[in-house]
Design a protein around this ligand. Structure first.
Ligand code: SAM
Length: 450
């Protein structure tokens, strides 16, 4: 196992964003952006790019996993499905009206909540309703998040039939007792079945989400996880650091903070996971992400074409991402906008014919410049520039202590993250976060960097 420098850990284990966007959401300045202005930006971006990404948020779950940091609504009432699908189709129609006739779909991701909460029939009517209005681009990638407990063979067959070839299975940890502690209903057999059935039905890329730092999780759990991984060999693994944000997610107070591995103990879980994954042939491709060398995300990392957006790391370079559904975020590259968080408020607005935007941000030139460098660091562990800019000079100055600690190599117009610095990638990116340094948070906004 790699040596863990505890002094560095305590120095850099501060609250830090994950940079799925820049500026990060707490620094967005547009309250309730004008839908007409937002749609104008969407239309302009589609004119330039012609290929778009679609994120569809399906917020329902049957039961509450207490660790969960996502936007969801817990219910066992499946009558919510149809009206929600209708709202999604109405929202899509508002976007489709402003898109050029020859636009194509490069990427679709169904996220949650639990997309497999919805019946296969309802998923089909949602997707067919969209697909009849926009053709797929060549090499389009369609993916979805599957909860092993609810992803049935019918779900998989329906989505395979609709062109889905990527599945992301929420595993978190294979240990059933550990999962019970966080109120997650799942069995090892259900993970094995969903994996085998997906492959038999033609899914070419299986991703597992794993989390380190869960309550009472130990290095022995991670070692046992690696034994299952050795057998099931998912193509990609997201090995997430548990984000503890009890001020935002009350369910995280269901367990004692004393049971949460922190600091060096948490980092030890990551280091042991990483070396076990490397032994299995996985390669580190970015913050918390691993892939087998045959996987397209690994190849994109290798040839420098990997991209990152609100969906995480992707191989598709599309800059325009339209978000559909409650709490979803859209990105035109020069603007962001987010919809109402509760599904009831979202549906009410949509049925009144209104796009329910609750916040957003129109990026300045400086924002776009810094966004590019943060994206480079997140996807390639390095960035460089040819024209000096005061915001970049300021970033270099903020990185001096990390140079002294061996986390980065610096020249006046280039930053390279060292092997040791990769564990502190969020901290390196923060040096470029001009919004953060102009107005440092008074309260708690972000989870810790380690
Ligand atoms: C919307 S959830 C997964 C979909 C599905 N509901 C499931 O549970 O399998 C997406 C992923 O976010 C990750 N996640 C959720 N809460 C997290 C937290 N507090 N810290 C780190 N990762 C988290 C989990 O790995 C999860 O699989």
């Amino acid at each position: 196992m790699a040596h863990i420098d505890t002094a560095l850990l305590s120095k850099y284990d501060i609250a830090a964003p994950r940079y799925t966007s820049y500026p990060t959401v707490p620094y967005w300045t547009a309250e309730a952006p004008d839908p007409a202005l937002w749609l104008e930006r969407v239309a302009q971006a589609a004119q330039t790019d012609r290929v778009i990404s679609l994120y569809i948020h399906l917020p329902f779950c049957e039961s509450l996993c207490t660790y969960c940091g996502c936007n969801k609504h817990i219910t066992k009432n499946h009558r919510v499905e149809s009206p929600y699908v209708q709202s999604l189709l109405q929202e899509w129609a508002m976007y489709r009206r402003v898109l050029p006739a020859n636009v194509q779909l490069g990427e679709v991701h169904l996220g949650g909540g639990t997309p497999t909460f919805f019946s296969p029939e309802n998923l089909r009517s949602l997707l067919e309703g969209i697909f009849k209005t926009i053709p797929p681009a060549p090499n389009a990638e369609f993916s979805f998040e599957a909860h092993p407990w609810s992803a049935s063979e019918e779900h998989l067959a329906t989505l395979a039939d609709l062109g889905f070839r990527r599945i992301s299975v929420g595993v978190q940890d294979f240990d059933e007792d550990l999962m019970q502690l966080v109120n997650r209903r799942q069995t090892i057999a259900s993970i094995e079945q969903v994996t085998e059935k997906a492959r038999a039905l033609g899914f070419t890329s299986v991703n597992y989400d794993l989390i380190y730092g869960l309550p009472k999780q130990t290095p022995e759990h991670i070692e046992r996880d690696a034994e299952y991984l050795a057998r099931l060999l998912p193509d990609r693994i997201a090995f997430y650091s548990y984000a503890h944000v009890p001020w935002l997610k009350r369910s995280q107070t269901a367990y004692s903070e004393a049971d949460l591995p922190a600091g060096a103990a948490k980092r030890a879980l990551y280091e042991s996971g990483r070396s076990l994954l490397e032994d299995l042939g996985y390669r580190d491709i970015g913050m918390d992400h691993f892939a087998l060398p045959h996987d397209s995300l690994y190849q994109a990392f290798e040839n420098g074409s990997m991209h990152r957006n609100f969906m995480g790391y992707t191989t598709t370079q599309t800059r325009l991402m339209i978000g559909l559904g409650a709490s979803s975020i859209g990105d035109t590259w020069d603007a962001f906008a987010q919809t109402e968080k509760t599904f009831t408020a979202y549906q009410e607005a949509i049925s009144a014919g209104r796009l329910p935007l609750i916040r957003g941000h129109f990026l300045s030139e400086e924002d776009q410049l810094l966004r590019r460098h943060i994206l480079n660091l997140m996807t390639r562990y390095e960035t460089s520039w040819e024209t000096a800019h005061p915001a970049l000079d300021a970033a270099i100055a903020r990185l001096e202590p990390m140079l002294a600690d061996g986390l980065v190599q610096l020249s006046p117009m280039r930053v390279q993250v060292t092997a040791q610095g990769q564990a502190f990638l969020r901290n390196v990116c923060m040096a470029f976060d001009a919004h953060y340094w102009r107005r440092q948070p008074q309260g708690q906004l972000f989870s810790r960097a380690v």
